[in-house]
Design a protein around this ligand. Structure first.
Ligand code: BEZ
Ligand code: FE
Length: 639
C-alpha cells in the first residue's frame, strides 16, 4: 500500500508565460493584485506590472532572506491599505516565502513565478525568522494556487546560482527516493528530475543562455520541488540545515558540496534507490556519479572552500546527530564525522561497486604529511595541490602508461627551456592558467585598464628611446602612429611613467626568435611627457603562432587547436607609487580575437587601429597610407 497527496496547484510551464499572468489572475476571480518582487529583478517585475494593467493594486519590493516577520507585517499593511485580493510573487526563495507568509495570515491566493531551481513553490513549508530565530511550519494554507514557470526568466540567472540551486533540486529528488514515505508516483518525478539535471547542468555551465537546457532544468526543479513537498527528507537535508543554521554556510553551495558524501554514506542503506539513481545518471555508481557531475562544474567542491574549519567537524557532527530522524542507514557520530571530514577536504567518495579502491586514507595521509609546514600559505598550497592531483588521478582513472607519458611530457618541457625559450610558461599560457592568475592578481579594479599576460618574449631593460622615434625603421609593414596617454583612475595624467613596448615583426617573429637579429628590434623603453602622453611610430602587428616545435605544440596538435595569437602590441607601464600594468592592445577586426591560443583577449583591450591617409601629426606622409592607434591606459596608485 502507499498513499500520495497531490498538492492542488495549477502549473503553467513554458517560454514567455508571464504574458498569461493577467488571465491567471482573472481565472481566480481576483482583480486587485499585490505584486511581490526584489529590486534585483526590477526588469521582469516591471514587465509583469505592465501586463497586469488595472489589475495591479500595489507593489512591494522588500522581500528578504529567511522571511523576517517584520517584513511580512509591512507587506500585510500594504495588503489592507490597498484592498488586495491576490498575491503574485516573482523571484527565488525570499519572495516565495513572503507570499506564503501572507497567505498563511490572510488566506489570499498566491500566484508564484519562480526564478531559481530551489522548488519551494511546490511545498507547504514556510520558514520564518523573528528576533534572529528561525521557525518552520507546514500548512496547506501556504501552498500556491498557481505556479507559472517562465524559462525566459531563468536565462539571466547567474551561472553559480543556477548550478548550485540545480544541485539543491537534485538533492530533493535523491532523498525522496529513499524517504520512508517514498511511493511510486514521487519516485517517477524524482528519477526524471535527476535525469534532466544530469544533462542540463553541464550545458548551462558552458552556455547559460542554452534555452533547451534551461527548460529542462526548470522542469526538473518543478518535479524536485514536488518531491520535497510530498515526502520527508533525510541525512543530507539535516546536515545542510545544521551547517547553514549553526555555521552560517550558504544554502545552495552547502547542498552542492555535501550531496555526494551524504549519498555515499547512505549507499549501503538504500541500495535499490542508489541503483535507480545511478541508472538515471548513466553512471556505474550513484554517489561518485553525482560527485563527478559536480566536480566538472564551476562551483565550490569542499566545505573548506565555504569557510568551514576542520576543527568545527566534531561540533557539527554532534549537532547533526543530537536528535534521531528517519534515514536509511543508522546515523552515528563517528560516521558523520568521517563524512564531514571528506566533505571538508573535497575528496572523491569511494564507489559502492568496489570498482575503485578506497584511496581516501592515502590522500589524507599525504595531506597530513604537510600539516607541520611552518609557512601557513605554503601549507595551504601544498595540501590543496595534493587533494586536487589525487582527485584528478582518481576521477580520470589515470593509467600507469598515461602517468609515464605525462612525466615524459614535463621532462621534455624542461629540456627545451633555456634563458630564451620558456616552454613551461607556454604550457601555462595554453592551459589558460596564466590568464587566470593574471585576472585574479591584476584585474580586480574595474576602473583600471584590464591586464593581459606578459608572455615569454619580454626582455628586461629595453633601450631608452626618445618620443617620436620609429621602432620599425626600415622594416616592412603598415606604418602605425601610436599616441597613447597614461592617467590615474581620476583621469589625471601620469608623467614620467616608464613604458616598455614590444611586438612581433610582419612575419610574426620577435627579435629574440631571430638568430640574426642584431640588438633589439620592435622593442623600446619610453617615458611619458608632462601630459602623460607618448607618441611613436611602429608597424601594425600581425597574428603569429606561438612556438610549436616543442611539447606544447604537440599538445595543441593532438587537441586540434590552432597555435595563433590575435595581433597585438605589448605594453608594460611602471612608475613608483603605481601598480605596474602589464597589458596588450589587440587590433579590432584582427584574426583569432575569439580563439586566442593563450586566452589573453579582453573586450576593453580591443582597439580600432584606424586607417589614415595624408600627412601624420609629425608631418611624415607614408606613401601607402598609415594607421593610427589612440588609447588611454588607466593605472591605479599602490595604496
Ligand atoms: C606573447 O604575446 O608574446 C605570448 C604570450 C603567451 C605565449 C606566447 C606568446
Ligand atoms: Fe606577443
Amino acid at each position: 500500500m502507499f498513499s500520495y497527496t497531490a498538492n492542488p496547484a495549477r502549473v503553467v510551464f513554458g517560454t514567455g508565460t508571464i504574458a498569461t499572468l493577467a488571465d491567471e489572475v482573472r481565472r481566480l476571480g481576483a482583480s486587485r493584485v499585490l505584486l511581490l518582487g526584489t529590486s534585483s529583478l526590477a526588469g521582469p517585475v516591471d514587465r509583469v506590472a505592465d501586463a497586469l494593467g488595472s489589475l495591479l493594486a500595489a507593489r512591494f519590493d522588500e522581500a528578504a532572506m529567511h522571511t523576517p516577520v517584520d517584513v511580512t507585517e509591512r507587506a500585510l499593511k500594504v495588503v489592507t491599505e490597498n484592498d488586495v485580493d491576490c498575491v503574485l510573487a516573482i523571484g527565488g526563495g525570499s519572495t516565495t516565502g513572503l507570499a506564503k507568509a501572507i497567505a498563511l495570515r490572510t488566506d489570499l491566493p498566491p500566484i508564484i513565478v519562480p526564478t531559481t531551481y530551489a522548488g519551494s513553490e511546490m511545498t507547504p513549508v514556510l520558514g520564518e525568522t523573528a528576533d534572529g530565530r528561525k521557525t518552520t511550519q507546514t500548512s496547506p494554507k501556504v501552498l500556491p494556487e498557481v505556479v507559472v514557470y517562465d524559462v525566459d526568466l531563468t536565462l539571466k540567472l547567474p551561472v553559480q546560482v543556477s548550478l548550485t540551486s540545480g544541485v539543491n533540486a537534485m538533492a530533493h529528488a535523491v532523498e525522496a527516493l529513499y524517504s520512508p514515505d517514498a511511493n511510486p508516483i514521487v519516485d517517477q518525478f524524482a528519477l526524471e528530475a535527476i535525469r534532466l539535471l544530469a544533462t542540463a547542468l553541464p550545458r548551462i555551465a558552458t552556455d547559460p543562455t542554452d534555452a533547451h537546457a534551461r527548460s529542462h532544468a526548470l522542469r526538473a526543479a518543478w518535479l524536485a520541488g514536488t518531491c520535497l513537498g510530498s515526502v520527508g527528507m533525510a541525512l543530507h537535508h539535516k546536515l545542510c540545515h545544521t551547517l547553514g543554521g549553526s555555521f552560517n554556510l550558504p544554502h545552495s553551495e552547502t547542498h552542492t558540496v555535501v550531496l555526494p558524501y551524504a549519498m555515499a554514506y547512505n549507499t549501503t542503506g538504500a541500495p535499490d534507490a542508489m541503483r535507480r539513481i545511478a541508472e538515471a545518471l548513466d553512471a556505474p555508481d550513484a554517489a561518485t556519479g553525482v560527485y563527478d557531475l559536480i566536480a566538472a562544474l564551476p562551483v565550490p567542491h569542499s566545505l573548506a572552500e565555504l569557510g568551514f574549519t576542520e576543527t568545527a567537524i566534531t561540533q557539527a557532527a554532534e549537532i547533526a546527530t543530537a536528535k534521531p530522524y528517519p534515514n536509511p542507514r543508522e546515523v552515528t557520530r563517528e560516521g558523520i564525522e568521517d563524512l564531514l571530514r571528506h566533505a571538508w577536504a573535497g575528496t572523491r567518495p569511494t564507489p559502492a561497486d568496489g570498482s575503485k579502491p578506497d584511496l581516501r586514507s592515502l590522500t589524507t595521509e599525504v595531506v597530513d604529511s604537510f600539516a607541520a609546514t611552518p609557512d601557513p600559505r605554503l601549507r595551504e598550497l601544498l595540501q590543496d595541490l595534493v587533494r586536487t592531483l589525487h582527485s584528478y588521478v582518481v576521477r580520470t582513472d589515470l593509467t600507469q602508461q598515461e602517468w609515464e607519458y605525462a612525466i615524459g611530457f614535463l621532462t621534455r618541457t624542461g629540456q627545451i627551456s633555456d634563458d630564451k625559450r620558456q616552454e613551461f610558461i607556454l604550457l601555462s599560457d595554453t592551459l589558460g592558467v596564466s590568464s587566470v592568475v593574471d585576472v585574479l592578481t591584476n584585474s580586480r579594479t574595474p576602473d583600471t585598464t584590464p591586464s593581459a599576460v606578459l608572455g615569454p618574449f619580454y626582455v628586461q631593460g629595453p633601450p631608452e628611446t626618445a618620443q617620436g622615434a620609429d621602432l620599425a625603421e626600415g622594416l616592412p609593414g603598415t606604418p602605425l602612429w601610436t599616441d597613447v596617454t597614461v592617467t590615474d583612475t581620476h583621469d589625471t595624467p601620469v608623467p614620467d611613467a616608464i613604458v616598455d613596448v614590444w611586438q612581433s615583426n610582419q612575419d610574426g617573429f620577435y627579435d629574440v626568435q631571430l638568430p640574426d637579429a642584431d640588438g633589439p628590434v620592435l622593442r623600446a623603453r619610453f617615458r611619458t611627457d608632462t601630459d602623460g602622453r607618448l607618441k611613436f611610430w611602429t608597424i601594425v602587428p600581425s597574428k603569429y603562432p606561438i612556438p610549436v616545435d616543442g611539447p606544447v605544440g604537440g599538445m595543441l596538435e593532438a587537441a586540434g587547436r590552432h597555435p595563433f595569437r590575435a595581433p597585438h602590441l605589448h605594453f608594460l607601464i611602471a612608475k613608483p607609487g603605481f601598480r605596474t600594468l602589464v597589458t596588450q592592445l589587440f587590433v579590432a577586426g584582427g584574426d583569432h580575437l575569439d580563439s586566442d591560443t593563450v586566452f589573453g583577449v579582453k573586450n576593453g583591450l580591443i582597439v580600432d587601429f584606424a586607417e589614415q591617409s595624408g600627412p601624420a601629426p609629425d608631418g611624415r606622409e607614408p606613401e601607402a597610407g598609415w594607421r593610427r592607434l589612440e588609447f588611454t591606459f588607466r593605472v591605479s596608485p599602490t595604496h
